[in-house]
Design a protein around this ligand. Structure first.
Ligand SMILES: Cc1ncc(COP(=O)(O)O)c(C=O)c1O
Length: 477
């Protein structure tokens, strides 16, 4: 005979807790809605509410405003990578020959796609976008088969300005220029504020495409010490600025690639104050900002800037249409130089894809799509981290990004991921070796893994294969 009175809501809570314990409801995923659980458990809605409150108190569920209840994430087992400590000397960018190899293999679908940070078309709203593109070509084909105005299509600039209002940045479409992806935006920004031979302060490790652009422009870099959670060291930046070593600074707005770090807002403000004091402009790369796992999108630097000292670069490549090659730049006082440079490089951005994207954004489908995408990437990274805990050797550290879709792994020192790269390709797995994220050959014992494909059995198998190879390398076999 039961000795304690047992309330119905406790039974419902135990039922849901059991699902979580058996893995039927996984960490970070949405729990059944209150209505669904009350129907399924044949109980009232208020009993379901009581049950979920109890599960919240027990730390099993988390309530997210306007989104429902989620299964709390499991506590991470592995530590995050140690803060990096690169040299503060301005240096030429020396690129690893592995980068082209990586790009060639990363787009080859026969390899398990843990290499490049490209979202899978399966996760993008491709068919809806296809329909809008087809209709745009049918209805506005003539209008689209010409050069766009220098800043790009007004309909798209209006939509981008509207989206920026959400994080308190009031811009007119005249403040925005459309570019061929974020890559062109970064290149134009660098053209506007640097001369060949100047040095630029960047995170370390840093996105290899940025390193490539810096090298092509004959710019040197100062790689800043960077923490895997909170981003660059503000003190180190202060020293670099005081020594007059750099002409510009390029930082990720949030969820930087590859470390996944996001600077806390106070530190972003401190960076902005420092840069303004030394008259060094900031170029921010906000390509991952919309893929936040928390409720709020972290504010980009430009939303906190009061000195007109930030050039904001973004694109739709990580959230909607990597193949359309559409990005944007907001330049403040640098618009004239940016447009001159745009004219001299690509002249104009293709019109059809701009108009189609504007149509997609006007439809209001983007936010629903983003909510799905964030859930998918958050879930994928969570699952990847669980497999890494099981399959990689002791001494492995893994990043814990709050957005985006890449993980950065620091492995035992004896593991050389350059060698591992070709071995893994022979086993059908592609990943990004750490060395491509440094302009000075660092991070040979690190790797970046992309969750852009989403989760499936092939990704899990590829991860386990890679884990076994890293274990062998760590053991010197
Ligand atoms: C941090 C970062 N910036 C920019 C890009 C390139 O963006 P786009 O494809 O829009 O040129 C990437 C692509 O991987 C990236 O990771």
């Amino acid at each position: 005979m039961p000795t304690q009175p047992r309330f119905r809501y406790e039974e419902v809570a135990d039922f849901v807790a059991g699902l979580a314990a058996r893995g039927a409801l996984r960490p970070g995923t949405r729990a059944p809605s209150l209505r669904d659980i009350s129907t399924q458990q044949r109980t009232s809605l208020s009993t379901a509410v009581q049950a979920y409150r109890l599960l919240e108190d027990r730390g099993i569920l988390e309530a997210r405003p306007q989104s429902g209840y989620y299964v709390a994430k499991a506590a991470p087992v592995l530590p995050v990578p140690a803060a990096t400590r690169p040299s503060s000397r301005p240096a030429k960018v020396e690129l690893s020959g592995l980068m082209l190899d990586l790009l060639a293999h990363a787009s080859d679908e026969t390899f398990v796609p843990l290499g490049c940070a490209i979202p899978s078309p399966r996760l993008l709203s491709s068919s809806k976008l296809d329909r809008i593109l087809a209709r745009t070509a049918r209805v506005k084909g003539g209008h689209c088969n010409t050069y766009s105005p220098p800043r790009g299509e007004i309909s798209l600039r209006l939509e981008i300005a509207r989206r920026m209002l959400r994080f308190g940045k009031a811009l007119s479409p005249e403040d925005i220029a459309i570019t061929c992806g974020c890559t062109e935006a970064l290149a134009l920004a660098l053209d506007a504020v640097t001369e060949p031979g100047d040095a630029v302060a960047i995170e370390s490790p840093s996105y290899f495409g940025l390193l490539q652009v810096l090298r092509a422009k004959n710019l040197k870099v100062v790689e800043l010490p960077t923490d895997a959670v909170t981003g660059i060291s503000v003190d180190a930046l202060q020293e670099v600025l005081a020594a007059g070593k750099v002409r510009a600074c390029v930082l990720a707005s949030s969820f930087c690639n590859p470390l996944g770090c996001t600077m806390p807002e106070e530190e972003k403000r401190a960076v902005l104050r420092l840069l303004a004091r030394h008259r060094v402009p900031l170029i921010e790369d906000d390509v991952y900002g919309d893929i936040h796992f928390g409720e709020e999108r972290p504010l980009p630097f430009s939303a906190l800037d009061t000195h007109d000292n930030v050039i904001h670069c973004g694109s739709f490549s990580k959230t909607l249409a990597p193949g359309y090659r559409i990005g944007w730049i907001t330049t403040g006082r640098h618009m004239g130089r940016v447009l001159e440079s745009k004219f001299a490089t690509t002249l104009a951005t293709p019109v059809l894809t701009q108009v189609a994207l504007a149509g997609f954004l006007q439809n209001g489908d983007y936010d629903r799509h983003l909510r799905r995408l964030r859930r998918s990437f958050s879930d994928t990274l969570e699952r990847m981290a669980r497999v890494i805990e099981q399959a990689f050797p002791p001494g492995t550290r893994v990043s814990r990004p709050e957005g985006g879709f890449v993980l950065w792994l620091e492995l035992p020192r004896q593991v050389d991921t350059r060698e591992l790269f070709s071995l893994a390709l022979r086993k059908g797995v592609c990943f990004a070796p750490g060395v491509v994220f440094s302009g000075s050959g660092k991070y040979g014992h690190c790797m970046r893994l992309s969750g852009g494909h989403g989760w499936d059995a092939r990704i899990e198998k590829g991860l386990r294969t890679l884990g076994a190879m890293v274990c062998r390398a760590a053991a010197g076999r």
